[in-house]
Design a protein around this ligand. Structure first.
Ligand code: PMP
Ligand code: GLN
Length: 392
């Protein structure tokens, strides 16, 4: 070894761009500065009592050792019933449902199972940071189709140009993080047409499936003609049941695709979270009751935050669903959202997420910033007040 070369970077080269997640950086900044954290998307209250009670009961009734690698049978069956009841999808609870450590593991295992070097993965941009990292981990190549404000729709021609002979997988997220866009019937139809024509596989990230507002409706892409057989549908209990720390997720679809995910997933974590799996199995049949209050209160909190941000002069893109509101901070004289978010804790006592980190070319989201509305109303009001005072 050359003693003058300095310590070599031990991190494998393809993962160097993904060294630090923006969520870790911003949550650490919130803790360090005592700021109001509208960065990372997690509720600042406990889940409904029925959800907590289900976990306590599971812990107290012997569900404390490894679950089967496929997930506890009760939860696999409950996921299959959920997909059928809500969307008319028929999945086999044995072979067509795999329980995972959050949607995160489901997405990572799916990409690693289906993609390798030379494959292209098409994603809607801005994209949840995990997607680019797991595509890199698989050695595949990311291609983006941009959702453009104010409606955050995609241009069908851009999609048609992106999906081609090298495309292995189209990875779709709706309701969409960070924009809050819910794909419309027209957009779903075009996506399905393009995926069928190119004969590609599809993974859909539907973790916000229950958190849609106004008259928007979440429709899984797998329900469109010719799509079920090529689509893996991913979701999790984190957002639906306000238990982001439990990390209970699942992937469902045709048996052969789910078996491919299973092959990889077993070598990542093998399994995890037995009592939490049992608890979610116990609440999923009545999940509409669990989530009804959350959805209406989240809609009110979305409005509170949007109105507040508008009142201090920001252009706000009111979301159709999810935990998040995107706003343009250019009117505050800001030219770089990442710098703005790094200074914000000290300057205003507020933490937010710069959308530019979710774009292949940061210039596309330069002055866009994401604020989480899944916090208590008084916390949102405090954040708006602090922002107003700092930028008066
Ligand atoms: N997909 C999206 C779009 C997300 O926002 C998140 C973050 N919660 C995840 C996946 C990961 O979900 P989980 O916490 O269940 O791993
Ligand atoms: N999904 C959450 C968000 O978008 C955070 C997930 C994470 O920390 N990896 O804020």
């Amino acid at each position: 070894m050359n003693p003058d070369a300095g310590p070599a970077d031990p991190l494998v080269e393809r993962m160097r761009p993904f060294r630090s997640s923006i969520f870790a950086e911003m949550t650490a900044a919130a803790v360090r500065t005592g700021s109001v954290n509208l960065g990372q998307g997690f509720p600042d209250t406990d889940p409904p009592a029925a959800v907590l009670d289900a976990a306590v009961a599971a812990l107290r009734s012997g569900h404390n050792q490894y679950p089967p690698g496929t997930g506890v049978p009760e939860l696999r069956a409950a996921v299959a019933r959920h997909q059928h009841r809500r969307y008319g999808l028929e999945v086999d609870p044995e072979l067509g449902v795999q329980i995972t450590v959050g949607a995160t593991e489901a997405l990572a295992a799916a990409v690693l199972a289906l993609c390798g070097p030379g494959d292209e993965v098409v994603v809607l941009e801005p994209y949840f940071d995990l997607y680019a990292a797991v595509v890199a981990l698989a050695g595949a190549t990311l291609r983006t189709v941009t959702l453009r404000p104010p409606e955050y729709t995609f241009d069908p021609e851009e999609l048609r140009a992106a999906v081609g002979a090298r495309t292995r997988l189209v990875l779709v997220n709706s309701p969409h993080n960070p924009t809050g866009h819910v794909l419309s019937a027209d957009e779903l139809r075009i996506l399905a047409e393009v995926c069928r024509a190119a004969d590609v596989l599809v993974v859909t990230d539907e973790v916000y499936e229950h958190l849609v507002f106004d008259d928007h409706r979440h429709v899984p892409l797998a329900t469109l003609p010719g799509m079920f057989e090529r689509t893996l549908t991913v979701s999790s209990a984190g957002k639906t049941c306000s238990v982001t720390g439990w990390k209970v997720g699942w992937v469902s679809g045709p048996a052969e695709l789910v078996q491919a995910v299973r092959a990889v997933k077993q070598h990542l974590t093998y399994s995890g979270g037995t009592p939490f799996q049992v608890a979610i199995a116990g609440v999923l049949d009545d999940v509409e009751d669990v989530v009804a209050d959350l959805r209406s209160s989240l809609e009110r909190r979305r409005d509170l935050l949007c109105d507040g941000l508008e009142s201090i002069g920001l252009r706000v893109f009111r979301p159709d669903g999810t935990y998040f509101v995107t706003a343009d901070v250019a009117s505050l004289g800001v030219t770089d959202g990442l710098e703005f978010c790094r200074e914000l804790p000290e300057r205003a006592g507020v933490v937010a997420i710069p959308n530019q980190v979710f774009y292949a070319d940061p210039a596309d989201g330069r002055t866009l910033v994401r604020f989480a509305c899944c916090k208590q109303p008084e916390v949102l009001a405090e954040a708006v007040e602090r922002l107003g005072a700092a930028f008066a």
